[in-house]
Design a protein around this ligand. Structure first.
Ligand code: HXC
Length: 259
């Protein structure tokens, strides 16, 4: 079935796919259907050999203004528990290929959390990141207290989470939350460019390197180092390792196949 709230562009550049969140009138508020469609699309793209990196964007005005408040407003704790919306987020987290968020305008609440679930963030000058849940009488629920704190540190995260203050793209850049700030008319292009750079690398090495970097967030240094070492050894079983090192000695560009 065709998704209703996202648009999938299979090849916006060689080996780069683009998913656009598409509920513009609601500033891409993340209702359950949209998140389900996003999970399904990422699963398909993760299994597609013609895709090596994925760009996730909204539009100029909003990446996403958060979870759909209207859909949540009347829910009880038991409804929320039974809906188990975070199993969708957990599935998205398992995407092996790198996801680059292209953020312009609002990235708030679940929108900020979704951008942080991605592996890199390219932002436009108009991007605003925030966790305003506190103003609704709740708090972040999809990583806002954890990923944000790890990215920007306790002082800034505490202020954002406890006051709901938005930060600008420039502040987000200084705080280490995002990778680039570019003019609005370039943010998508720049994200595709970054995705293309990654997509030119050996796909297996990219997936294993992503996995190892993420491991740094939930392991001790020693566990993380052991994990890294295993992935490093494992890559010597790949054809792309042979090709990459041969191409270096032959002074040519490697032709990676993902095997
Ligand atoms: C549902 C939303 C929405 C949201 C905006 N809209 N954000 N609908 N859920 N999160 C709708 C508005 O109701 C309105 O529709 C339309 O989008 C345009 O929004 P406006 O408010 O008219 O636009 P503007 O004045 O430009 O203000 C933009 C804004 C504001 C500052 C982003 O919309 C806002 O504060 N939104 C809520 C942000 C927020 O609190 N996010 C966190 C949600 S909780 P109508 O039809 O009414 O005109 C959360 C928890 C995550 O994310 C938990 C894990 C998933």
């Amino acid at each position: 079935m065709q998704p209703e709230f996202i648009i999938i562009h299979q090849q916006v550049a060689p080996y780069v796919a683009h998913i656009q969140l598409n509920r513009p009138k609601e500033l891409n508020a993340l209702n359950l259907q949209l998140m389900g469609e996003l999970r399904d699309a990422l699963k398909l793209l993760d299994a597609d050999d013609q895709v090596r990196a994925i760009v996730l964007s909204g539009n100029d005005k909003a990446f996403a203004a958060g979870a759909d408040i209207k859909q949540m407003a009347e829910k009880s704790a038991i409804d929320m528990f039974n809906t188990d919306q975070f199993s969708t987020w957990d599935a998205i987290k398992k995407t092996k290929k790198p996801i680059i968020a292209a953020v312009s305008g609002f990235a708030l609440g679940g929108g900020c959390e979704l951008s942080m679930l991605c592996d890199m963030i390219v932002a436009s000058e108009t991007a605003r990141f925030g966790q305003p849940e506190i103003k609704l009488g709740v708090m972040p629920g999809a990583g806002g207290t954890q990923r944000l704190t790890r990215a920007v540190g306790k002082a800034r995260a505490m202020e954002m989470v406890l006051t709901g203050r938005f930060i600008t793209a420039e502040e987000a850049m200084q705080a280490g939350l995002i990778n680039r700030v570019v003019p609005v008319d370039l943010f998508l292009q720049e994200a595709v460019k970054l995705a293309s750079e990654v997509a030119a690398m050996a796909p297996l090495a990219v997936k294993m390197a992503k996995e190892a970097v993420l491991k740094a967030f939930d392991s001790t240094l020693e566990e993380g180092l052991q994990f890294e070492r295993k992935n490093f050894y494992l890559l010597f079983a790949s054809e792309d390792q042979k090709e990459g090192m041969k191409a270096f000695t032959e002074k040519r560009t490697p032709d990676f196949t993902g095997r």
